[in-house]
Design a protein around this ligand. Sequence first.
Ligand code: AMP
Length: 198
Amino acid sequence: MRLVLLGPPGSGKGTQGARISARHGIPAISTGQLFDRQIAAGTPLGRRAERYVRAGELVPDEIVLDIVGERLEGSVDCAVGFLLDGFPRTFPQAEALDRMLAVTCGPLDAVIDLDVDIDEVLDRIRRRARLEDRLDDTEDTARRRMKVFAEETAPLRRYYQQAGLLRTIDGAGSPDEVAERIEAVLADVTHPELRLGG
Ligand code: AMP
């Protein structure tokens, strides 16, 4: 399965991505996590990305495409598939991904769009800030990240809807509840012939 997880910061992408990855045996590739590691290790890439991540801004496309291209080329087994968490986030990234897949694994199977209430998400981010030591979980940065999502990433829903790939999932409720909804959608993606009533 070749999947993309779309959804605003705090929508549960990380949690759900890990579950999908474990359940279906596909690697989850999180660009946020890749940047965090590079920043922590103080690599040149990390140093280039750090100020954007700290400010809640998007890292410029050319930097992102550099690392994702490398990561995809280096470790993706097309037969196994993958789950992209936090990528693509802009039109140029989505188009670059399409081009990359056209010459490697073939097109995406689905884009899982986690739909959550903005106030709920800000609340989750606040709670997470107390539990995890994230670089970018201050109130201001969280708001900035939400705005960036609305402006730069949310329009991708339309892009993937037009491609017939968008699967919007209600992201409210417990992680188990959301995971169940995702599994129902993935069952339909992999075995559409089993769809109820069809
Ligand atoms: P995340 O953990 O996915 O919310 O990512 C944390 C931060 O990493 C984001 O706020 C951005 O600064 C940066 N980042 C992660 N993925 C991307 C991407 N695809 N494009 C640009 N910036 C990204």
